[in-house]
Design a binder for this molecule. Structure first.
Ligand SMILES: [Zn+2]
Length: 207
């Protein structure tokens, strides 16, 4: 299974499933934002400020807990349902340099998610394949391999010259999966390309 890291959806799988942050995480994030606003309005050195700071710290903790819990569940499911999971790692680092996106990416917590995938896969005797220098996953057509020259982040879906209509993230996840399969094969492992489909809620792969 190939997984692409998204912004609104934390994980997009190569079989077309998008998983966004669950409501309890979103609520915790909203609560944190509210508490931060209160804190910013408090006068420096005041009693109210000390109290507000404490509430922000607690809200932070709740967000961290909710995110962690969600990531554990999602990584558990992905490892349980697949023989191999393929993820991109370098692109995220690259994106962190983009200051507009840095916060969203950090929020998505991709890095800590990959760590969870990694050790769960190891425990289960499965594979986590990390694709390092594969920048073109979003630009390459997963049908004909033609590469687009540009793919700005705001383009969420596009049509290739070959006629294929792509959801940006699903197409990327398919390319990530393919790269992962190539990597596993290069390491001498036999891989069936459609092995390890998720049992539940399988959607057709984008054409
Ligand atoms: Zn194409």
């Amino acid at each position: 299974m190939g997984i692409d890291a998204g912004l609104t959806d934390i994980a997009i799988t190569s079989n077309g499933l998008k998983t966004s942050n669950p409501r309890f995480l979103k609520n915790a994030q909203r609560n944190l934002k509210r508490k931060q606003k209160v804190l910013s309005r408090c006068k420096k050195g005041s009693k109210g400020r000390a109290k507000a700071r404490l509430l922000v710290a607690k809200a932070h903790e709740r967000v961290a807990f909710a995110r962690n819990d969600f990531q554990h569940k999602l990584s558990r499911q992905l490892v349980d349902e697949n023989q191999a999971v393929v993820v991109e790692t370098l692109k995220v680092k690259n994106m962190l340099k983009n200051h507009c996106l840095a916060r969203s990416i950090a929020d998505a917590g991709w890095h800590s998610f990959v760590i969870k995938l990694d050790y769960k896969a190891k425990q289960a005797g499965k594979h986590l394949v990390k694709i390092d220098q594969w920048f073109a996953s979003s630009k390459t057509c997963s049908c004909c391999d033609r590469k687009q020259e540009e793919m700005p982040l705001n383009v969420r879906s596009w049509t290739c010259d070959c006629g294929a209509v792509h959801d940006r993230d699903i197409n990327a996840a398919i390319n990530i999966k393919r790269q992962g399969i190539l990597k596993l094969k290069a390491e001498g492992l036999s891989v069936s390309a459609d092995g390890g489909q998720r049992k539940s809620g399988t959607l057709p792969v984008a054409a």
